[in-house]
Design a protein around this ligand. Structure first.
Ligand code: CIR
Length: 269
């Protein structure tokens, strides 16, 4: 998940892929998944990569009634041991949340949890974190009231939040960017501009990636310093390797087919 710092990435939650996955929402990168077995094999490779690089993974059972249930990132926002349970921005995904919330409340014993009310909407996939600076996407899934809820949680910690308008052609902020380390942002040059992020803390940089590799901008920084990335994005890989970051690549084709990126498939807690 995109809301924890590198040093907070020891445990991750994933959820199995239901047979109904072929009905998952797909409007952006994906034309819709067709091969559930391949998606499951790719998810297993993802879990194996996390575990091989220092993350303990817990897996929840799939929910056949919710084709998108593997995309757990959208369902809970964990920040410094506190948790915000957003009301997801797509109605078909709202009822995915209870087992995820239940698991996290038990795992994070005594966790302070807040929920959203009224018309507030947010998908966890709209948040990225650069050290203690947060960015949230105002998107088709995340509205201003949702952003207000996140802002009050972050205010409690004294963390700054900046809002970025997500262009029409993208689902979430994490669909088009990520922070592979606590001082690097990857972003596609035709989707976002330097002004969207504003002035960054000293020592931080944005690596601008050509639009053909927009999907590759979503990466996961691992606790051992390596970076998990999707296979097939040579500019992203070269940019990370040039900065001394070792990359681990996995095939994400059937996850991408449902508009899912690497971060969408887990919650670090
Ligand atoms: C959806 O449209 O909600 C799913 N098919 C994909 C969710 C991807 N999640 C994410 O970017 N955090």
């Amino acid at each position: 998940m995109a809301t924890v710092r590198l040093d907070q990435k020891k445990r991750a939650l994933v959820r199995s892929i239901p047979s109904s996955y072929t009905k998952a929402l797909a409007r952006y990168f994906g034309t819709g998944p067709t091969n559930v077995d391949l998606a499951r094999a790719q998810q297993q490779a993802y879990v194996d990569a996390l575990e091989a690089n220092g993350v303990a993974v817990h897996r929840l059972d799939a929910d056949e009634n919710h084709p998108d249930c593997m995309f757990v990132e959208d369902q809970a926002v964990v920040v410094d041991g506190h948790m915000l349970l957003p009301t997801p921005g797509h109605p078909s995904r709202v009822a995915e949340q209870p087992p995820i919330a239940e698991f996290l409340m038990e795992a994070l014993e005594g966790v302070q949890t807040c929920t959203m009310g009224g018309e507030a909407r947010m998908d966890g996939g709209d948040i990225i974190r650069l050290g203690d600076l947060f960015f949230v996407g105002r998107s088709s899934r995340t509205n201003d009231l949702g952003i207000v809820s996140l802002a009050s949680l972050l205010e409690f910690f004294g963390h700054e939040l900046r809002v970025i308008d997500i262009p029409e052609g993208a689902l979430h902020l994490t669909s088009i960017s990520s922070t592979p380390t606590d001082n690097i942002i990857l972003a596609p040059e035709g989707f976002l501009k330097p002004e969207d992020f504003g002035a960054l803390p000293e020592g931080c940089e944005i690596i601008w990636i050509p639009d053909e590799e927009v999907y590759g901008c979503n990466t996961i920084g691992l606790p051992n310093g390596k970076v998990l990335m999707a296979e097939g994005y040579p500019t992203v890989k070269a940019a990370l390797n040039e900065r001394g970051l070792e990359t681990v690549e996995i095939d994400m084709s059937e996850i991408r087919a449902a508009d899912g990126s690497l971060t969408c498939c887990s919650i670090f807690y």
